[in-house]
Design a protein around this ligand. Sequence first.
Ligand SMILES: *Cc1c(COP(=O)(O)O)cnc(C)c1O
Length: 405
Amino acid sequence: MESLRIFCRQRLAAIDADDRRRRRRVVDGGHGVHVTVDGRHALNFCSNDYLGLATDPRLIDAMATAASRTGAGAGASQLVTGHNAEHAALEADLADWLGRERALVFSTGYAANVGTTAALVSKRDHIVADALNHASLIDGARLSGAAKHIYAHGDAMAADRALSNEAVRSGHRLVVTDAVFSMDGDTAPLARLADIAAARDAWLMVDDAHGLGVFGPDGAGRVAEAGLGSDRVPILTGTLGKSVGAAGAFVAGDADVIETILQTARSLIFSTAMPAPVAAAARRGIAIIRDEPARRAHLRALVARFKAQAETAGLAVAESDSPIQPVIVGDEAAALRLSNALLERGYLVGAIRPPTVAPGTSRLRVTLSAAHTDDEVDGLVAALAESWSAVGLSAHAAPACVSSA
Ligand SMILES: *Cc1c(COP(=O)(O)O)cnc(C)c1O
């Protein structure tokens, strides 16, 4: 169709005019700390594989062994014949790890958040959401049809004000937040949100995608670290594609809540189940997280090291104690130049620009992994400081504060 071609050309021209066309890098071989991108070696500082488990031989072995028994594909949705013994075992492991009655596996975190949100609220209900929530939570809210009330980032009092509004008293109220925010690395005021939700008779849903494996007893996440059980955080979601080192995701909570989501979440019902070998790899990842606390201890030491060194080097560090350490640049083009300058020095760090973040807050999103060494982090900070001046950024170019609209 000629009109389709014209439409797409115009869209692409608009993206190019804003200098926002994104290109995928072709990664060759494994996705570890050492990667070959577009044919050249680089140290990877932009992965969410926080514990280095994605390339762990034990996960690879679990996946291969399971595949020889289950085959490669699940073949059907969960409610038909796609729910394998590996999935059932994974759900039991998740429930045990997270201290919930039950867990339900989805193919991706995106599907888990969209499906769960839309399963629990609808028209005439209300969603009260942090301004910097992950896109999957935003899209879930949209799809649900509930009225949306966005509160200022991290502001529990603003969430409370939204809930106290007379118009919000009708129907159900779902408060939704990331635990650790994916672009800023900071943490939601989880205990206060739980108090507020309880006082206002609202349901709290927390997405702990970036806290799992990194924080809390047994690495069970930010929610576990804050001591919040299912009485306080009745709906807990997370992905298995980040620190767990596999793929897929889950929602966990009381049995009736999870059964309701299983019966009604369209992103689960109308989608082929995650391959069983992936479930086997995720189980191994969870077991390693629980058995090897030294991984997260090393990771947290690296985070502290990065922050201290970056501060000494005069870089603007963010208020984050997580492996997500944004270095705010401000200007989009400058962030891109900085990322390229780092790649020339052998460091792969993603530039994050609008629409992923608010205009004027373009940044490098440095992520640290337990698979990095102290020397590699030192090298990154040195290369960052060098590249900062090499691309013509002045010492005080970066705004000191990360939070954005
Ligand atoms: C990555 C991410 C997701 C999506 O998880 P996938 O398994 O990658 O689809 C959801 N929520 C947050 C906060 C994330 O960072």
